[in-house]
Design a protein around this ligand. Structure first.
Ligand SMILES: *[C@@H]1O[C@H](CO)[C@@H](O)[C@H](O)[C@H]1NC(C)=O
Ligand SMILES: *[C@@H]1O[C@H](CO)[C@@H](O)[C@H](O)[C@H]1NC(C)=O
Length: 241
């Protein structure tokens, strides 16, 4: 059922798109909760509405980058909407030095390990809890990872599987082949404030490496979901060019 992801060559296109300031402006618009219901009504039958994310959660995500970097990762994802932040604690296979990807809703991300830090500025903030509702297309039910799921896609950018019975996210796949499987999902799970603080060497002018999205494709990978909240029209228009 899952359509094959578009070729890797779309990634540079996407990154160009993300750099456009109009994109950021469009993404800042509030998401009407009725958007998906309206789309379903237009299609003649009411499509299921995606369950909004809880405002805070901790998920353990198994990430398969076989098709987009040839690596496997285990990621602790802390989503904290009230405090405007999102953290990916990335454990690469057989590596003892995890990478922290601390994303703030003002667009700044700090990506660091014990030795180095990179600051990236994105044109979009973190996802609101109802990010999937606006512009998602319902593709029906599918059995995935052993769970009975609803499947939605957003403009061939992300495929999102939610368990029918519980509304829990089970899996999401990106257009570039990255597959993320939700291994645990703890509603209300938070990480203590001190763990969000970027180390001093992120702010040292000599060592801190500041980049933008177009220059940092590898770092951008784990931040892809940050862009899934973009309105369908904006995304579609840019892919048509
Ligand atoms: C990772 O994805 C590739 C490509 O889809 C697949 O062949 C492989 O079985 C997956 N590996 C794991 C450990 O999930
Ligand atoms: C965004 O917020 C973070 C955390 O408070 C801060 O370190 C960073 O400088 C801010 N970025 C901008 C562009 O204001």
């Amino acid at each position: 059922m899952l359509p094959p992801p578009p070729p890797l060559m779309l990634l540079p296109l996407l990154l160009l798109l993300l750099a456009a300031s109009s994109f950021a402006a469009a993404n800042a618009k509030a998401t009407p909760p009725s958007a998906t219901a309206a789309a379903g009504a237009r299609a003649g039958s009411p499509a299921p509405v995606p369950t909004p994310w809880p405002e805070q959660f901790h998920a353990v995500i198994f990430t398969n980058l076989t098709e987009s970097g040839a690596r496997l990762q285990l990621i602790d994802l802390y989503y904290d909407w009230p405090k405007g932040r999102n953290l990916n604690l990335i454990h690469n296979q057989l590596s003892g030095d995890p990478t922290y990807d601390v994303e703030w809703t003002n667009g700044t991300s700090y990506v660091f390990n014990s030795a180095s830090c990179r600051t990236i500025r994105f044109p979009v903030g973190i996802l609101p809890p109802d990010w999937l509702a606006d512009g998602a297309v319902y593709l029906g039910r599918e059995h995935v990872d052993g769970f009975d799921c609803h499947l939605w896609t957003k403009v061939d950018f992300i495929w999102y599987y939610e368990e029918v019975d519980t509304g829990r996210p089970v899996r999401w796949n990106f257009f570039n082949g990255m597959q993320q499987h939700v291994m645990s999902f703890e509603v209300g799970g938070v990480l203590e404030d001190s763990k969000w603080q970027a180390p001093a060497y992120c702010f040292n002018g000599d060592n801190a490496d500041t980049g933008n999205v177009a220059a940092d494709r590898v770092d951008v990978m784990n931040s892809l979901i940050r862009f899934a909240g973009a309105p369908a029209a904006a995304m579609a228009a840019s892919f048509d060019q």
